[in-house]
Design a binder for this molecule. Structure first.
Ligand code: ADP
Ligand code: MG
Length: 465
């Protein structure tokens, strides 16, 4: 049996695809019943120097498989990889559940005995997770408290109270961070649960690969056997019909089994374009929580928490305040700015000062002064007038909706470098003449309507800092 007492390197880097193919050959030859009774109980650990490493839950299962199916399994593996010379089936740790075909179990240097736990990291593939993205390192403020509370609830409870959780918000506001935090927490609290985290983009590429290699079984297994599925940036599958279809089936299968699903997107379900209505409606069934742009307090809080964790370098409060005031785009840039100042100070070996900060961040500060996106404008204006974004972008002509819409178009013209046709497109596919009309209308009205003038000034300040 296997190599003992020394570190094992996993040489099988096809992510379990060969195991999935072995499984499907097995099924073809011995039938589904035999597969479910026997092979499905095995965990696949990869290939180690010519030996295929498998784990079985009991001695009985191990012996039975070795006796009855051993030689054929060898044939199947050998067809996959000519280096395969032997099979090793070890006993898995108590309470362990077999890995699914496409999920090799994470390996640790084995301590030796036959009964050594094969699984170390539980059943979650953590390779795509950032260790820094935990609940502890997430700073909570008004703009993200609902999203945070919902994420926390999912990570800490075993019953499904809302499904799916749909988190949305602009880039760099912590959606991915919260998802990874859920995964880490579940893994810590309930390691037997399998969390599948995937970006919608990766979901699509894997799906396409699965079709190409006629291996959709493993693909389906991987996602449909998860206890918790998280799909990041789902707007990515807009207009990608077959990926959407597969996503929808996976999603439904899990929801029907009452498995928790978490989805993120850069906009709300109703604002997702190019995604089928039935999908959108189902995405909104659970809890929809949006993460708003950060406010000054939260930005300062995030900076303080990061600055506390950098060791000996002292970052003056006025520098933190300056950054929080000037870098308003998103948290990712905010972090980037702080890191740049820290790196510079360390390199030149000087303490951090205001002057140095201004110097090092010149370009970033200038960019933040200008960079306002149509998205932000739309969101801010809708918020300001207490409208839903979808409402503001709809075709409705009622004044309470049409006026804010014109304000948003006007601001888009003033604060961004987008052309009129481009702005029109972003406002529900309107014509450039409509935009032009809106811009003029607001300019005119401002002259006579001081309330509107004030609104515009205030909104401009909110958006452009
Ligand atoms: P998104 O997925 O929404 O685009 P990310 O989750 O990738 O954004 O966040 C971007 C960066 O900002 C990450 O490094 C993340 O850790 C950090 N970040 C975002 N929000 C917070 C927060 N509330 N507290 C601490 N860090 C945050
Ligand atoms: Mg993200």
């Amino acid at each position: 049996m296997g190599i003992r007492g020394e570190p094992i390197t996993v040489m099988d880097n096809d992510n379990g695809a060969s195991w999935a193919r072995v499984c499907s050959k097995f099924k073809k030859e011995f039938g589904q019943q035999a597969y479910t009774t026997w092979l499905d109980q095995l965990g696949y650990n990869g290939l180690d120097g010519g030996t295929v490493e498998l784990t079985a839950p009991t001695k009985f299962v191990r012996d039975w498989i070795q006796r009855n199916y051993g030689p054929r399994l060898m044939d199947f593996f050998h067809a996959e990889d000519a280096r395969v010379k032997s099979l090793s089936i070890r006993l898995a740790a108590k309470g362990a559940v077999p890995a699914t075909p496409s999920q090799p179990i994470a390996r640790v240097p084995s301590a030796g005995a036959d009964t050594t736990a094969a699984a170390s990291g539980g059943f979650t593939d953590t390779s795509a997770l950032d260790p820094k993205y935990t609940f502890d390192s997430f700073v909570v403020g008004k703009s993200n408290e609902l999203a945070y509370a919902a994420a926390k609830r999912i990570a800490e409870s075993d019953d499904v109270s809302f499904n799916p959780l749909f988190l949305h918000g602009g880039v760099g506001l912590g959606k991915t961070h919260l998802m990874h935090a859920i995964a880490w927490e579940v893994q810590r609290r309930a390691p037997q649960k399998r969390v599948a985290y995937v970006s919608a983009e990766k979901f699509m590429f894997e799906f396409i690969a699965a079709i190409r290699y006629k291996d959709t079984h493993a693909f389906k297994q991987k996602f449909r056997t998860a206890d918790l599925l998280m799909v990041d940036d789902v707007q990515f599958i807009a207009n990608k019909d077959s990926t959407q279809e597969e996503f929808f089936h996976t999603f439904n299968a899990l929801i029907d089994k009452r498995c928790q699903v978490v989805i993120t997107a850069d906009r709300s379900p109703t604002d997702l374009e190019g995604i089928e209505d039935r999908i959108i409606s189902r995405l909104g069934w659970g809890l929809v929580a949006d993460i708003h742009p950060t406010d000054y307090e939260l930005r300062l809080g995030i900076l303080q928490s990061k600055a506390e964790n950098v060791g000996d370098v002292d970052v003056p409060t006025e520098v933190l305040e300056f950054l929080a005031k000037r870098i308003i785009s998103n948290v990712r840039e905010l972090e980037g700015a702080l890191n740049r100042v820290l790196a510079y100070a360390t390199l030149v070996g000087r303490p951090i000062t205001m002057e140095m900060t201004r110097d090092v961040l010149q370009d970033l500060i200038r960019a933040n002064d200008r960079k306002v996106t149509i998205d932000e404008i739309q969101r801010t204006v809708a918020d300001y007038y207490n409208l839903r974004l979808a409402e503001m972008l709809s075709q409705r002509r009622a004044r309470v909706i049409a006026r804010p819409r014109q304000v948003a178009m006007h601001l888009s013209k003033q604060l961004t470098s987008r052309s009129l046709p481009e702005i029109g497109r972003r406002f529900g596919g309107r014509d450039h003449t409509t935009v032009m009309h809106a811009v003029r209308k607001i300019e005119d009205l401002c002259k006579s309507d001081s309330q509107l003038g004030e609104d515009i000034t205030r909104l401009t300040r909110m958006l452009a800092g």
